[in-house]
Ligand binder design. Structure first.
Ligand code: BES
Ligand code: MN
Length: 457
């Protein structure tokens, strides 16, 4: 008998930190663990090599007339540090307070185990289940999925025959209120490095003769927003779509108080572009943020220096219909036009990802060409969530990014059904990550119903 919690513990014990080369053994362990688990359920395993960490493709074929679902997940996790803040060791999973604690418990080992366990139970009950299932499990999600687009291109002829992609790598509002994520923001990241003089200079000897690179960076940054909080780059908002009425109505059902959100954030007031609530702005509006800034003396006391260099790291969150390519061009254009001519600078590209949106069936502007199996999947999810969690799910866009979802749409033409299974208190990417075991149990029951409904046709 398949015991999902025990299996999840075993899975978490493999320390699979993809970004740190000291964790090669943990990466291999986690990869072999999922591959072995799916093999034991009768899946045919192909381990697809990449530049860093292989992708596990596990297939259950069958009659080509059966519906086909791809289930996505990732076996890598974020680094666990700072270690001293963990109440129990990150890679020694422990049960407390109805939760399983450990790095990766919620992002993404627990949610992936939910779907594996659902498949295990279904196949145990009905070995002839008329459903084709392909698991696609990568090991580079936490590094921005550098190998995934090429993998998708290579396997596209096979993969694009599937009906849709099913996954849980987004959140829900609460255990009582499950969320189906209908959209994610995209990303575009870059660094700007400004150099003034050849080396640091005495500010008494040379101050007044040259431009300070910190000032150049600060002036550039200050020019990129208007006082009311919009991004001050011509064309930045041109491709942003209007928000549909059904989306605003769905968001209104959230019933969250702005005041509570303000207190949770610990800010004296919101700074939101005109025409949006904070809850709308984080989901429906693009942003330009500064993620880090530096230059000059940072130590104790004072130092009368003109630093030679300063830098800023920035990122844009993009909303549907914007593209990282166009936004990169606009942002770089603004940087080039506004950078003073008396300094030199370099713009360093970082990774990016497309935004994503899917309209659930029955909403006013559902595209007519939506696949019938996708529509059926949405209905099956709605029914299963309502039955198992006791309340109908909310359909909301999310401010975060899972860049491969947009990539899957672009390369394979497939939509994704994103069943949110982690909760705000799960501490993703932070110390003391955990996964709520009630959500796990209910998630398995829901996933089982969803997949069974699809198989029934
Ligand atoms: N699973 C998260 C994205 C997420 C977080 C979705 C919260 C919904 C709610 C994902 O693993 C993540 O952290 N994405 C990064 C981008 C990635 C390319 C490093 C992000 O959104 O910043
Ligand atoms: Mn993550």
């Amino acid at each position: 008998m398949f015991d999902p919690v025990e299996k999840l513990k075993e899975y978490i014990r493999h320390p699979s930190v993809s970004t740190d080369s000291n964790f090669k053994a943990g990466m291999r362990g986690a990869q072999e663990f999922v591959a072995g688990l799916l093999a034991s359920l009768g899946f045919a395993i192909e381990v697809v090599p990449t530049a860093k960490h292989p992708i596990v493709l596990a297939r259950r074929g069958g009659d080509p007339k059966w519906p086909q679902v791809i289930i996505y997940g990732h076996y890598d996790v974020q680094p666990a540090d700072p270690l001293n803040l963990w109440k129990s060791a990150p890679f020694e999973p422990t049960e407390r307070e109805g939760r399983l604690w450990g790095r990766g418990a919620a992002d993404n080992k627990g949610p992936l185990m939910v779907h594996i366990a659902a498949v295990a139970r279904l196949l145990e009950r009905d070995p002839q289940l008329p459903l084709r299932i392909t698991f696609m499990i990568e090991g580079e999600e936490e590094m921005g999925s550098p190998s995934f687009p090429a993998f998708l291109e290579k396997y596209a002829p096979e993969l694009r025959k599937a009906d849709f992609v099913f996954l849980s790598d987004t959140g829900s509002v609460s255990e009582q209120q499950i969320t189906i994520t209908c959209g994610l923001r995209g990303l575009m990241l870059c660094d700007v490095e400004v150099t003034s003089s050849r080396s640091d200079l005495h500010s008494g000897l040379h101050g007044g003769a040259i431009r300070n690179p910190i000032q150049a960076v600060a002036e550039l940054c200050a020019s990129l927003h208007t006082p009311d909080g919009r991004v001050n780059i011509p064309g930045f908002y041109d491709d942003v779509l209007d928000v549909s009425d059904w989306e605003r109505a769905e968001l209104a059902k959230l019933g969250q108080s702005e005041e509570q959100y303000r207190e949770f954030l610990g800010v004296p007031a919101f700074h939101v572009a005109p025409g949006f609530t904070p809850f709308e702005a984080t989901r429906f509006q693009p942003t330009l943020e500064f993620n880090g800034i530096g230059g000059g003396y940072q130590g104790e006391g004072t130092k009368t220096v003109i630093p030679s260099k300063a830098f800023v790291k920035m990122s844009c969150r993009l909303v549907p219909n914007q593209t990282p390519e166009k936004i990169r061009e606009l942002v770089y254009g603004a940087i080039r036009a506004r950078m003073p001519k008396d300094v030199t600078y370099r713009i360093v590209d970082q990774h990016d990802g497309c935004p994503y949106v899917v309209v659930p069936p029955g909403r006013s502007n559902t595209p007519a060409d939506q696949s019938p199996v996708l529509a059926k999947a949405f209905r099956a999810v709605d029914t299963a969530v309502t039955e198992v969690f006791g309340r109908a799910p909310l359909y909301l866009r999310e401010g975060g990014s899972v860049p491969i979802i947009g990539e899957i749409k672009r390369v394979l033409g497939l939509d994704s059904v994103l069943l949110g299974l982690f909760l705000p208190e799960d501490n993703l990417h932070a110390p003391n990550e955990s996964f709520n075991l009630n959500v796990m149990r209910k998630g398995i029951a829901a996933s089982e119903k969803i997949l069974a409904a699809l198989a029934r046709g």
